[in-house]
Design a protein around this ligand. Structure first.
Ligand code: G3P
Ligand code: CA
Length: 269
């Protein structure tokens, strides 16, 4: 019956491509954004950091050497911290070959380039402020870039963008500086602390290994910073059975390297 189908569709969590479709393409590249789009995935997650010359770039690690050829191009510059290199130096690097030869030539995207790709694909973005303790003031700079690129206009708020961090102070700063923007805290506060978190965040996003029915119920009892249900998105779930178990528990979103697998599994395909 239609009613049952609708009810089960309503319970399906949002699928978010973690670092893009990172099981199939090099993480945090434009290829990973486009691969998610090709597979019909409408949400992508990324990680934002700052270069030596103050430019915002998309990369997960705080060092360049795992996901680029920095060791070859800049020998003797160990540990290849992002903050020790300019944008021009970083964009000379190959951010694709480490993953597979056909991705040779992928670059570390600027936040601006990344936003343009997400926009072009009409996707939604879960933007993580990565290691903000290394980049004082980065929240303000990210918000300025989002504003400049039109991502803080009314149509983008809540619907297309969530800004998240493992840093409580960073999430608070974002909420203070852009009160209309949807935010998420990465981690698992004690249930007694959840009401305080709900004042400045819309989501509580823990590792999937920690999520329990009781914790989820404690989150769902509260309203978030924008007076809607406090949500829980969980990471990083890369297999169908785990995704189905979490969907049945009632999580609101699943962040995954294999977004098509998760989407199909929770849809019962
Ligand atoms: O979006 C959640 C997830 O990305 C947090 O962990 O280390 O992959 O940034 P990490
Ligand atoms: Ca992340």
């Amino acid at each position: 019956p239609i009613a049952t189908a609708e009810a089960s569709a309503a319970r399906q969590p949002t699928t978010v491509a973690h670092r893009g479709a990172s099981a199939y393409t090099p993480e945090n590249t434009l290829a990973a954004v486009d691969e998610a789009h090709k597979r019909g995935i409408t949400w992508v997650e990324n990680d934002v950091q700052r270069t030596k010359d103050g430019r915002l770039v998309v990369m997960h690690d705080t060092t360049l050497n795992r996901t680029t050829d920095a060791e070859q191009v800049y020998p003797g510059r160990s540990p290849w911290k992002i903050s020790d290199f300019t944008l021009a130096q970083i964009q000379r690097l190959d951010a694709g070959s480490w993953f597979a030869p056909e991705y040779r030539g992928q670059r570390v995207p600027t936040l601006k380039q990344y936003l343009a790709a997400v926009d072009r694909n009409k996707q939604n973005l879960m933007l993580e402020i990565k290691a903000p303790e290394l980049y004082p003031g980065i929240e303000k700079e990210i918000l300025a870039e989002l504003r400049k690129e039109g991502w803080l206009s009314a149509g983008h708020l809540a619907r297309r963008l969530i800004v998240q961090s493992f840093s409580t102070s960073s999430v608070k700063a974002v909420h203070r500086q852009a009160p209309g923007l949807k935010t998420a805290f990465l981690g698992m506060p004690k249930t007694g602390d959840l009401p305080d978190y709900a004042k400045f965040t819309d989501q509580i996003n823990p590792s999937h290994k920690s999520v329990t029915a009781d914790y989820l119920a404690a989150v769902h009892r509260l309203k978030g910073a924008h007076d809607r249900k406090l949500e829980l998105f969980t990471w990083t779930v890369n297999d169908g059975p785990t995704a189905v178990r979490l969907a049945k528990l009632g999580v609101d979103g699943i962040i995954t390297n294999t977004p098509d697998v998760v989407r199909d599994a929770v849809a019962g395909k």
